[in-house]
Design a protein around this ligand. Sequence first.
Ligand code: GDP
Length: 297
Amino acid sequence: MFDSLSDRLSGVFDRLTKQGALSDDDVKTALREVRTALLEADVSLSVARDFVKSVQDKATGQAVTKSVTPGQQVVKIVHDELVATLQGDSDPGKLKIDNPPAPILMVGLQGSGKTTTTAKLAKRLKDREGKRVLMASLDTNRPAAMEQLAILGTQIGVDTLPIIKGETPVQIAKRAKTQAAMGGYDVYMLDTAGRLHIDAELIQQAAEVRDVANPRETLLVVDGLTGQDAVNVATEFDDKIGVTGVVLTRMDGDGRGGAALSMRKVTGKPIRFVGLGEKMDAIETFEAERIAGRILG
Ligand code: GDP
């Protein structure tokens, strides 16, 4: 589907004379290819531009090693810079859940995979760390979403807060907190409402819930197949709600995962997990190397 960056660059450098060091022109030509590759991988335009600039500074004047071609050398510089940028947290999979019951707030747009991710993480905490988890859906506009979480809970053996019709998200959050404390849960997860687009009401609601719950972690769930839009979503949620990490879903798809780079650059927040399918075990701790390789193609 795409030419890999390595292929593109060897093509470029085949046409250039090999000199003792990468010349300005070599680097410029190569970086145009890098920029195109990043855009094809769904990295947002502004992020791709900044990224290319930082690679340019590193690559210019660098001596060409005998064992590799100039093309391979630029690929390595790009790869290392990608990994350095993507790497956010030494242990991204470790959620801060001391002082039980620890609240985890899940935010994101509708359809991003928020409810699925909530259940996947709950299962992971139960299976891997032996935690008792309570999940609550705050999506009062969509009864089907509340039902969906309850169904997933039954499927994975994790309790969900009983649904009481007519409650507001804040009331549900308070009830979840009380229930988690009384029931001896280690963690309670709040699956907030999503909308197709960010609007003031969605943000306001999430902010009110945040103020009531005082979450230890606020995870923003983003569809990894979205490009430019992912940046706007992340900026908005981080500015208004404050997030402690990002979960990228649908990384099992055909996408090249450029959203990861955009997210990281724009919010500065670590990517913590990647979703790799619809099944409840299809979630992994984020690894910068893997995504870097994928973006490079
Ligand atoms: P929400 O509206 O954000 O709560 O989204 P849902 O959790 O309901 O997910 C929407 C759809 O995306 C469902 O069909 C999920 O099974 C699917 N989904 C969620 N995460 C992933 C993922 O990592 N990979 C794939 N392929 N599908 C996913």
